[in-house]
Write a protein that binds this ligand. Structure first.
Ligand code: FES
Length: 172
């Protein structure tokens, strides 16, 4: 069947690469990157109860950086102060968060220009001119709602599908 055949191909490929001996091969097999179908079905769970107001944390979702931020009242006000219709990728903060959890912003940490990881999720990092995230590769500035405001990125930071279960966010 398909699963058996795939396992055999992994082992055969490692053997061809010159890794000798079953004792060596099997640990390597278990460490191999997940296959595409496994990744596509994977979820990430993050307990956000420890994320302080104004703090962002970095996690990983399907092998890519994931940012989770608890917005301050000032950051929420700044996001809501903007006429969304005037933006390159018109979305309100409410469009980008879950009802009742407008202070929790969940986005991919992947610049929508060419895929660099923006700064701003760690303490002391440059948050850009709009106080959210800044991509140093070609200078894209994202605001406190993760929306593109300046620079070459065509769209806002992607918001993945997620849901709350108490204090735990389940992404995917
Ligand atoms: Fe972020 Fe180009 S990849 S600005």
């Amino acid at each position: 069947d398909g699963v058996r055949r795939r396992d055999w191909i992994h082992i055969a490929a490692l053997g061809t690469a010159g890794v000798g001996g079953a004792a060596v091969i099997f640990p390597l097999v278990s460490q191999m990157a997940p296959t595409a179908d496994v990744l596509a079905a994977s979820t990430t769970e993050v307990d956000v109860s420890q994320v302080q107001v104004g703090q962002s944390i970095k996690s990983v979702f399907r092998d890519q950086p994931l940012f989770i931020k608890r917005l301050t009242p000032e950051e929420i006000a700044a996001a809501n102060d903007v006429d969304a219709g005037s933006l390159r990728d018109p979305e309100t903060l409410a469009d980008r968060t879950l009802e009742g959890h407008e202070d929790i912003l969940v986005t991919m940490g992947v610049c929508t220009h060419l895929g660099c990881v923006p700064l701003g999720a760690a303490e002391g990092e440059n948050k850009g001119e709009f106080g959210g995230y800044y991509c140093p590769c070609h200078g894209s500035h994202y605001d406190t709602a993760g929306r593109i405001r300046k620079g070459p990125a065509p769209t806002n930071l992607t918001v993945p599908d997620y849901a709350f279960n108490g204090d735990v966010i389940r992404v995917g």
